[in-house]
Design a binder for this molecule. Structure first.
Ligand code: FHN
Length: 419
């Protein structure tokens, strides 16, 4: 059992054997992914029959207790003609994101892919008639990004036997096992058969799923695509890696493989009045903070019903990409550094190098680094193309790197220590 205040939600942990599994290596190195929550909920965008519905946008069906028969009608209006897979993948690429996880089916049950199991999908039920996941698969291949799918395995408010809808159906009368065997598993099979190699399947809100059921899902994924990873929210602590609670960054280093799923504003699915955007500084420092503790940052965008990623999200992602262009060596492929728990800095490492990420540059330019047990042979600023050496002196409790009086990067100046 995990303690109640654990950054990892109950049941969303990592299988012990997966800790050393080389299948995770691409993901361990990737550090930064794009999450995309896109579905019918982008049409009401937080408002139903003139009322603003509180909470996250993709939960509108449950929060407003919208009957299936009414919610289904949204499909007839869904025509995201401005959707461009090439553009979305380019944005991820420019942001420095290495994988993309898109909702194939969220809790509302609407399938954003062409499924033979139902007509309640984007190809059969909307005027759009295109399969965006097919288009994204082709574009991801072209641009070198790993495509991954979110799939809500337990909650399905549209399916009579899925979990969560108690306003149309009687919860106690549901055949959850039948839903899992005859609907979820065949759909997971479709996702892993029709779209080429898939990096990972991102399950969510395990809730009532039993250990046996979680295990059978993991086995199914691994059987169809052995390299495909499964996140911890498949339930019962048997994922290939753990997912933290939403927007939660653990305060300490965790000895597992983990990821923080997070939003740029508050909602996941598009909500027209959610304009509370995190700043680029905050987002970049969060990415570095997570990386320094051994995690990955899965950062969400919620495209509109027209098929566009909101401009404030694009602006922030591009700012992150710009910082990563100069400083990516200190993030991608790194592991947690030796100094943890300091306010002013974070550390990441690669063989022979420690990256000192300075969030708070001291006014005298002297960076006092205590607690290193490796000999430092040199220091330079990562963003300095000339790699001009900074003087390093020893002090009573460690070393002092003598940097410029003003930190070169107000967000995070990265000093490379060679060891
Ligand atoms: O209920 C979902 C929510 O809508 C969203 O998909 C997030 C993303 O991590 N997961 C669930 C809540 O934790």
């Amino acid at each position: 059992m995990l303690p109640d205040d654990s950054p990892i939600r109950q049941g969303s942990g990592q299988r012990a054997e997966a800790r050393q599994d080389p299948r995770l290596d691409w993901w361990r190195d990737a550090k930064f992914g794009m999450f995309i929550h896109w579905g019918l909920y982008a049409i009401p965008a937080g408002e139903w029959k003139g009322d603003k519905i509180p909470g996250i946008g993709e939960w509108i069906m449950l929060r407003a207790r919208i009957p299936v028969a009414e919610y289904e009608q949204l499909a007839k209006q869904f025509n995201p003609v401005r959707f461009s897979a090439a553009q979305w993948v380019s944005i991820a690429k420019l942001a420095g994101q290495k994988y993309l996880v898109i909702t194939s089916k969220h809790h509302d049950g609407f399938c954003m892919f062409n499924s033979k199991l139902t007509d309640y999908d984007i190809v059969d039920a909307t005027p759009f008639r295109r399969d965006p996941l097919k288009e994204l698969a082709a574009e991801c291949q072209k641009q070198g990004i790993r495509l991954c799918f979110y799939y809500s395995q337990t909650q399905d408010w549209h399916h009579p036997n899925g979990d969560g809808n108690d306003w149309d159906y009687v919860e106690e009368a549901k055949d959850f096992d039948g839903y899992l065997e005859n609907y979820v598993k065949p759909q997971v099979r479709e996702l892993l058969t029709n779209y080429g190699p898939i990096g990972l399947i991102w399950f969510d809100t395990p809730k009532r799923i039993s250990e046996e059921q979680s295990r059978s899902l993991v086995d199914l994924v691994h059987q169809i695509q052995p390299a495909c990873l499964v996140n911890g929210r498949v339930g019962n602590h048997i994922g290939d890696y753990a997912s933290s609670r939403d927007n939660v960054i653990p305060s300490d280093l965790l000895q597992i493989d983990w990821e923080t799923p997070a939003t740029i504003n508050h909602t996941w699915g598009f909500k027209k009045d959610d304009e509370d955007w995190k700043t680029p500084t905050d987002l970049i420092q969060k990415l570095v903070d997570i990386t320094s503790k051994g995690g990955n940052y899965l950062l969400n965008v919620g495209p509109t019903a027209e098929g566009t990623i909101p401009q404030p999200s694009i602006d922030r992602l591009l700012a992150m990409g710009k910082w990563l262009d100069a400083n990516g060596d200190s993030v991608y492929g790194t592991r947690p550094g030796p100094i943890q728990g300091e306010e002013w800095c974070r550390t990441t490492t690669k063989p022979g190098k420690i990256y000192l990420h300075v969030f708070d540059w001291p006014t005298n330019g002297q960076l006092r680094v205590a607690g290193l047990n490796q000999k430092v042979t040199g220091a330079y600023l990562l963003a300095d193309p000339k790699k001009s050496q900074l003087a390093v002196t020893s002090s009573a409790d460690g070393i002092v790197v003598n940097g410029p009086a003003k930190g070169p990067d107000a967000i995070d100046s990265v000093v490379v220590l060679t060891v």
